[in-house]
Each structure stands twice: as C-alpha cells, then as structure tokens.
Design a protein around this ligand. Sequence first.
Ligand code: NAI
Ligand code: MG
Length: 327
Amino acid sequence: MKKIVVIPGDGIGKEVIPATLHILQGLDLPFEYVYAEAGDECFEKYGTPLPEETLELCKESDAILFGAVGETAADVIVKLRQELDLFANVRPAKSMRGVKCLYDNVDLVVVRENTECLYKGYEFDVGDSAVAMRVITRKGCERIVKFAFEFAKREGRKKVTALHKANVLKKTCGLFKRTFYEIARNYDIEANDYYIDAGCLYLVTKPWIFDVIVTTNLFGDIVSDLTAGLVGGLGLAPSANIGERYALFEPVHGSAPDIAGKGIANPTATILSACMMLRHLGFSEVAEKIEKALKKVIAEGKTTPDLGGNLKTMEFAEEVLKACREV
Ligand code: NAI
Ligand code: MG
C-alpha cells in the first residue's frame, strides 16, 4: 500500500485534484489517500498557510499530489520544495494531437533547479531600496546537472542544453555553466548551452532543437511557462518535484482565480502529473494507460473550454476514465 498525501489547495486546485482522483480511484490502485491542507484558505482558517501537520504528513508519504495555491505560493510550494529538499523540478512539454498550438513537433523537458537561486528568499530592505540575493552553490549545480544527464540517459534522450546568463552573472551563472560542462564529460550525450535570452528566442522560433533543458530556479520557472505555452497552455503542463527522499507532483499552473469555481479548469496537467507520480512509484503500465486514454479523448475533440471544447472538469475526467477501461 502506498501512502499518497493529497493537497488540493486553493482555487482550481480544488477542482483539478478531485477530477484526477476520480480517475486514480476508478483504477483500483493500492493507494491510501491522506488529505492535507495548505494555501490561502488554510491561512485564513489556522493563521498559517503550511501547518506543521501537513509538513509531517508529507514526510511520511510515498508521494505527494499537489493542486495549486494562491497568493501564499511562496510560503507553501516554494517552502515545501526547500523543506523536503525537492531539488529537481521536471517539466515536460510535448505537442498533443487535437491541441491547436504553434508547432506540432515539440517534445522537450525542462529540468529546473528547485531550491536555490533568487527563490532562496533572501530579500531585504536597504534604506529606500530592496535587495535579493541569488545563491548558487557547487553542490546545487552538480546535483541538478547530474540529474538532468541521468534523466536524459534513462529516457533515451539525445541532448542536454544548459540555459544561463554567464556573460553578465559571471559568478553565479559562471559556476553553473562550468559545472555543467564538467559533468557533461561523464556522459555520452550531446551537451550545449545558450544564454537564457537567446534560448527563449530559439524556443519560440525552432523548439525542435531542444531535448532536455537544464537551468537555474528563476529561469526555469519562466522558461517552463513558455514551453507550456508552446504546446497549448498551462492546462496541459505537468511537473514532478524530486528529491533524494521525497517526491511531489503538481500541475505547473496556479490557482487561476479568473476561472476558479466555474468547474471549467482543464485537469490534464494534474492528470499527467499523476502519471509522473505513478511512474515514480513503479506503476508505469497504469501511467501509460491513462496517458493513452487522455490523448485519445483530446484527439477526439472532447476538451475543456481552454482547448476549445465545452466539457466541464469532471466530465472530462469521466471521459478519460471511460477511455482507460477501453484502451
Ligand atoms: P495561473 O497559472 O493560476 O493562471 C494563468 C492563466 O492560465 C490564467 O488565465 C488561468 O485561467 C489559466 N489556467 C491556468 N491553469 C489552467 C487550467 N488548468 N485550465 C485552464 N486554464 C488554466 O497563474 P497566475 O494567474 O499568475 O496566478 C494565480 C495565482 O496562483 C496567484 O495567486 C499565484 O501566486 C498562484 N500560483 C501558484 C502556483 C502553485 O501553487 N504552484 C504556481 C503559479 C501561481
Ligand atoms: Mg511558475
């Protein structure tokens, strides 16, 4: 029996998580689901957006399935990544049949460092000004670059590209770039790098030149929304936050207050995140089945409004579950 801690959170988190669980629970997996609270509403209720109890439950879990939170994101998801040392954030972007987007041949994965950089939270006022410190450590660079190459090797991917700004941020990005090429030498996989700004240009103009991208925290946050946009939007973008001991799976998107409460959020990103969780836990065949079913449903034009359809969040999940029983 695997213990899955489920944190729906705020806004559409409370819609896409039940839709995803509808599918998982319909497939009779040996999972125990334990619900935990975090986020804006939790803050209003208990005075803290991330109660100690939630953190403790996470530390007893085999995996965490996270929806989204709102304005407390820095104190919840960023904190969870640091507390649980979830140093690698894996964000695949792949074109899907039936989804209108710029290109139909995108298949790349952003591996984002998840614990350092400007997101360390070292920000302070200095007189009338404000300063944020960007922390990049050798250990942090080594483990994320190694993770990216090991990931590429395991997944049969051909190239790892580092994105950085080492010409301007000579110390921090310099360390990242140097470490990247040191580690790349140990692998029989092509390695190259671009400055982050040029990399963004190429991502939009010729995304097929990318395979695995590895980058620091802030750049990775921004670039992975860009790559999500390349393949049809945030409703489709899943992610895995991986550490030595813990793992948390969540859609890339936030609580989407503009559509929350209407029951129209696309649960695909969360369903695909759950598939990443299933693979992590050793249930690859089930993950395969759900992904196949999901792609079939979308290719048939049965989608939520963000993709031009008229299905509600739960109706879409029900279609996917039905298709799971057929594939
Ligand atoms: P967002 O990701 O919530 O929404 C951006 C846009 O994408 C909106 O137009 C939204 O309607 C759309 N969208 C997002 N997910 C969708 C889905 N599943 N289906 C259909 N459309 C979808 O980002 P935004 O608006 O910048 O932030 C809203 C709140 O979320 C903020 O309070 C922010 O702090 C929080 N946030 C939380 C994150 C987390 O919990 N991991 C990550 C990003 C933002
Ligand atoms: Mg983000």
